[in-house]
Design a protein around this ligand. Structure first.
Ligand SMILES: NC(=O)c1ccc[n+]([C@@H]2O[C@H](COP(=O)([O-])OP(=O)(O)OC[C@H]3O[C@@H](n4cnc5c(N)ncnc54)[C@H](O)[C@@H]3O)[C@@H](O)[C@H]2O)c1
Ligand SMILES: O=C(O)C[C@H](O)C(=O)O
Length: 383
């Protein structure tokens, strides 16, 4: 049932008004007490059906003054992430040089008068930001600048994720779900996991849903079908140019039933070549076109990721999430690697038993190797 304001529902009930008049008389025209008495009686005796309002969920967005943050926070406040009946309290963290801009975002959130938004914490204090949060979307990080080596950017970001891991571990709500967006997303998530040992590994993930959605988009354009009719692509591995977008199990809903993407595209050269490189390089193509990295699609994918994780994936549909490898599909355990997952009751499970051909095997191994190298580099930066 959609969320309805209980007080408004009470006011709309003719019976409530009769009761109110009666209680007013009894309270000798003390209307405030009369209202409280009438609503208490009405609720106690179930005279009016009033749905229970949900408690707000606290959602942390780090790097909230940045460009993904600016696209993401209104989506969360509108119910795109957790549903149209779920009130939220936004916790927004950024660093002191961005404090004024962060405050501007807070002002805009107030001005937008989102009915689901029950509070905003805008802070540069990591402890205040993390306190009591149920969901943490980690977007904050140091962008790569001209002349910087890969190791320099890795070094800055893994130190941020090491310190924010401790703050989340100590101050977030029990069972807080964490999504790392900032690059290198898989390795930042791994560092967060390693330095927050009391957060269960099943609660830490990284964003590869943007790549998954990009793959759906490419197939939909190629076949000229609705993107919502395409499903079960897979992104394996790293959110980098070694990721493997795999369509071997993907299908399209057609008037004649579900058909395999490979059969409909009927062009293996395209599927094994240009399709893969287009998805792998899409982030770079956006940077080239916009002179900025993707933001609205990244924010939308972050909402998709959390929504499916919390509310479940549709029957027969899987999505891609960067999660802690348990050795499934012979991917080395101990990496944060993107797998196909089903979600139910707030938990993800890796889809098992999919066939992996020789072409795919090489691609799964290549991206795993890159992740192992990143892990070693991250540890060398921290030591
Ligand atoms: N995984 C994905 O699919 C995906 C997609 C797009 C972008 N990204 C990555 O997301 C990150 C954010 O992108 P953006 O375009 O919003 O960048 P941005 O530079 O616009 O914003 C980053 C924000 O993080 C803040 N920040 C820096 N250090 C911080 C810290 N220690 N704590 C809190 N905040 C901090 C900065 O002040 C800034 O406001 C980048 O690393 C980008 O590469 C990932
Ligand atoms: O920020 C980037 O390097 C690209 C980003 O991860 C993306 O996939 O759009």
């Amino acid at each position: 049932m959609p969320f309805q304001d209980p007080e408004k529902l009470l006011m709309e009930s003719p019976f409530f008004w009769k009761l109110l008049v009666y209680c007013s008389v009894c309270s000798v025209l003390d209307m405030h007490n009369a209202f409280l008495s009438a609503s208490a009686i009405a609720r106690q005796y179930n005279l009016v059906t009033v749905p229970m309002a949900k408690d707000p969920v606290r959602v942390l967005v780090t790097g909230a003054a940045g460009q993904i943050g600016y696209a993401l926070v209104p989506m969360i406040a509108r119910g795109v992430m957790l549903g149209p009946d779920q009130p939220v309290i936004l916790h927004m963290l950024d660093i002191p040089p961005a404090a004024e801009s962060l405050n501007g975002v807070k002002m805009e959130l107030v001005d937008a008068a989102f009915p689901l938004l029950k509070g905003v914490v805008a802070t540069t204090d990591v402890v205040e930001a993390c306190t009591g949060v149920n969901i943490a979307v980690m977007v904050g990080g140091f962008p790569r600048k001209e002349g910087m080596e890969r190791k320099d950017v890795m070094s800055k970001n893994v130190s941020i994720y090491k310190s924010q891991a401790s703050a989340l571990e100590k101050h977030a709500a029990a069972n807080c779900k964490v999504l790392v967006v900032a690059n290198p997303a898989n390795t930042n998530a791994l560092i967060l996991k390693e330095f927050a040992p009391s957060i269960p590994e099943k609660n830490i993930s990284c964003l590869t849903r943007l790549d998954h959605n990009r793959a759906l988009g490419q197939i939909s354009e190629r076949l000229n079908v609705q993107v919502s009719d395409v499903k079960n692509v897979i992104i394996w591995g790293n959110h980098s140019s070694t990721q493997y977008p795999d369509v071997n199990h993907a299908t399209v809903r057609t008037p004649a039933g579900e058909k395999a993407v490979r059969e409909l595209v009927a062009d293996d050269a395209w599927l094994n070549g240009e399709f893969i490189t287009t998805v792998q390089q899409r982030g770079a193509a956006i940077i080239k076109a916009r002179k900025l990295s993707s933001a609205l699609s990244a924010a939308s994918a972050a909402c998709d990721h959390i929504r499916d994780w919390v509310l479940g994936t549709p029957e027969g549909t899987w999505v891609s999430m960067g999660v802690y490898s348990d050795g499934s599909y012979n991917v080395p355990a101990g990496l944060i690697y993107s797998f196909p997952v089903y979600c139910q009751n707030g938990e993800w499970k890796i889809v098992q038993g999919l066939s992996i051909d020789e072409f795919s095997r090489k691609k799964l191994d290549l991206t795993a190797e890159e992740l192992s190298e990143e892990k070693a580099l991250a540890y060398s930066c921290l030591s």
